[in-house]
Design a protein around this ligand. Structure first.
Ligand code: ADP
Ligand code: MG
Length: 231
């Protein structure tokens, strides 16, 4: 299984006590599928992604990414696992202001210790896949919001991740551009065979998801339903 969470509980310090962000969450994601996560603000969606991304260790429960049980992994091992197996796309495309679109992607390969020639070819191939071949030499301020988010998505795919974690990618975009970004994410999920978790608050975007999981108060409601009904 590319991604598996079992009985995951997570709390944060809160004054003298703790606040529960995730309360016994279990979820599995297959390659080539989009699992949409919906739920009100504060329900635990971003926490779930952070745990799946191995950025936060849960208080209890198991997180297995690409065959690695993260409980037994040290910090260095987790860093390597993240670079190799996990792509992340967050709300705001946090691109480096001085780098061109292509360099943003090449920087990811560099972190993973990949050769520059192959990285350059792959960066160009991915920019083409997200429709930005012509913008490869532009810096972030020369791109539109939608284009920056596409660079962000291409960058997340640079190291050919098994798992793609996407947190409200369209909240900074208008409806039409947002829908286009979600359509692109779905297409790339099929094409690149990623196990994709997509947090969205826009119900119109759920139609292309393979499954929908509703998060409430740190729990997944009624397990997982297929999105067939929404199609
Ligand atoms: P969502 O993404 O669905 O809005 P979050 O995962 O961000 O939900 O938050 C879940 C709960 O955890 C909320 O009660 C939130 O206030 C709390 N929380 C999130 N991040 C932190 C943090 N770094 N420190 C303390 N509490 C947090
Ligand atoms: Mg959130």
């Amino acid at each position: 299984m590319p991604l598996s969470l079992a009985g995951v509980t997570l709390t944060y310090p809160d004054g003298d006590g703790r606040v529960t962000a995730l309360d016994g969450v279990s979820l599995e994601a297959e390659r080539g599928t989009v699992t949409a996560l919906v739920g009100p603000s504060g329900s635990g969606k971003s926490s779930l992604l952070a745990v799946a991304a191995t950025l936060i260790r849960p208080d209890s429960g198991r997180v297995v990414v690409d065959g690695t049980d993260t409980a037994g992994a040290g910090r260095r091992e987790l860093t390597t696992l993240r670079r190799r197996a996990i792509g992340m796309v967050f709300q705001q495309p946090n691109l480096l202001t001085s780098l061109t679109a292509r360099e943003q992607l090449q920087a990811m390969a560099h972190l993973a210790g990949r050769g520059t020639r192959a990285a350059r070819d792959r960066a160009e191939e991915l920019l083409d896949a997200v429709g930005l071949s012509a913008q490869a030499r532009r810096r972030p301020h020369q791109l539109s919001g939608g284009q920056r988010q596409r660079v962000n998505i291409a960058r997340a795919l640079m190291n050919d991740p098994t798992v793609l974690l996407v947190d409200e990618p369209t909240s900074a975009l208008d409806h039409e551009r947002g829908a286009a970004v979600v359509a692109l994410l779905t297409e790339l999920t099929r094409q690149r065979r990623t196990a994709t978790l997509l947090v969205t608050h826009d119900h119109a975007q759920l139609a292309s998801a393979d499954r929908i999981a509703e998060v409430r108060d740190g729990r997944l409601l009624h397990g997982l339903s297929t999105a067939t009904a929404a199609r």
